[in-house]
Design a protein around this ligand. Structure first.
Ligand code: SF4
Ligand code: SF4
Ligand code: SF4
Length: 272
C-alpha cells in the first residue's frame, strides 16, 4: 500500500480542490474538471509504479488534450498566459485564473513543475520529437522568457487600455494564434538546439511563475549519498540537465525538474 502513497496524495489534493471550488464557487463544473485532472495525473503515477514505460505520456495526453481541445477549442477558454491576464484584469476568479493559481503559481509549492511533466499541452507535442535528452550544450538565452512574458502582459493591457470591444472573441483567436506560435517555435528550437525542451528552457513565459515557486517545492527528487557511486547516469538521461545528486535547493537547474523520474528509473543503485 505504501508504494501507492503518491498517486493517492495527488488524487486527494485534486479532489480537495475540486470539492472546495465546487462549493465555494457554486459551480459543479469545477468538481468534474479537477476530478478529471486528478484522476488522469494519479493514473499516470500509478502506471509508473506499475513500471509501464509510457506512464507519464498517458497523463500528459489525457490532461493536455482535455485542456487544449475541450477547454480551449470547444469551450473557448483562453488557458494561456494571455487568458490569465485577461481574467485577472476583469477581476474574475475562474477559468485561466484558477488554472494558473492551481497548476502554475501555488501548486508548484507542493508538486514543483509536475505541470510541465504531466499536463502541459505544448510539451505534450514537443515530447514526441527525437531529442529527449539535449544533444548540445545549453545556450545562455534564458532571458528571452522575460521578453515573451512582458509581451503577453503588454498585449492584454493594451487591449484593456484601448477599450477594445469583443474581447472574448479576441482572446479566443489569441489562444489559437498563441498556440500555433508556441508549437512552431517549440518544434523549430527543438531541431536547431537538438533538445525537445528548448522552448521550456528559453522561451516559455510561464516559467517566470514556475521557477521561483518550484524552488520551494515539497515534492522533489533527492539523492541518498550513501548509495550513490557517482556514475553520472542520472545526469545523462535528464531532459532538463538537473544536477540531481546535489540535494541543495540551489542545485544546477534545480527549478527546471519536471519530475519525469527518468533519473530514478536509470539509477543503478536506487539512490534517487
Ligand atoms: S515550461 Fe512552459 S511549455 Fe514547457 S512544459 Fe512548462 S508550461 Fe509547458
Ligand atoms: S545514477 Fe544513481 S548512482 Fe549514478 S550518479 Fe546518479 S544517483 Fe549516483
Ligand atoms: S530526470 Fe530527474 S532531475 Fe531530471 S527532470 Fe526528470 S525527474 Fe527531474
Amino acid at each position: 500500500m505504501k508504494k501507492y502513497f503518491l498517486p493517492l496524495v495527488m488524487l486527494t489534493i485534486f479532489e480537495t480542490i475540486a470539492v472546495s471550488l465546487w462549493l465555494t464557487q457554486n459551480n459543479i463544473f469545477y468538481l468534474f474538471n479537477f476530478s478529471y485532472i486528478g484522476i488522469s495525473i494519479s493514473l499516470g503515477v500509478f502506471l509508473y509504479i506499475k513500471k509501464y514505460k509510457h506512464a507519464r505520456r498517458v497523463a500528459q495526453l489525457l490532461v493536455g488534450l482535455y485542456m487544449l481541445v475541450y477547454l480551449g477549442l470547444i469551450c473557448n477558454e483562453n488557458m494561456q498566459i494571455e487568458g490569465f491576464w485577461y481574467y485577472l484584469f476583469t477581476g474574475t476568479f475562474e477559468a485561466a485564473t484558477i488554472h494558473y493559481a492551481v497548476a502554475k503559481i501555488f501548486g508548484p509549492l507542493v508538486f514543483g513543475r509536475g505541470w510541465c511533466g504531466y499536463a502541459c499541452w505544448t510539451a505534450m507535442v514537443l515530447d514526441f520529437l527525437p531529442y529527449k535528452v539535449p544533444e548540445a550544450p545549453r545556450k545562455k538565452i534564458g532571458w528571452i522568457r522575460y521578453l515573451t512574458f512582458a509581451i503577453s502582459l503588454i498585449f492584454v493591457s493594451a487591449l484593456f487600455l484601448a477599450h477594445v470591444g469583443n474581447m472574448e472573441k479576441i482572446m479566443f483567436w489569441a489562444f489559437i494564434t498563441g498556440n500555433v506560435m508556441y508549437y512552431s517555435a517549440g518544434i523549430i528550437l527543438a531541431f536547431v538546439f537538438k533538445d525537445n525542451r528548448a522552448f521550456c528552457k528559453y522561451i516559455c513565459p510561464v516559467t517566470i511563475f514556475l521557477k521561483p515557486m518550484s524552488y520551494f517545492s515539497m515534492l522533489r527528487i533527492t539523492c541518498d549519498k550513501s548509495k550513490c557511486v557517482s556514475c553520472g547516469k542520472c545526469k545523462k538521461v535528464c531532459p532538463m540537465e538537473v544536477d540531481v545528486t546535489d540535494n541543495s535547493r540551489n542545485r544546477k537547474n534545480g527549478t527546471e525538474c519536471i519530475l519525469c523520474f527518468e533519473c530514478v528509473k536509470n539509477c543503478p543503485k536506487n539512490a534517487l
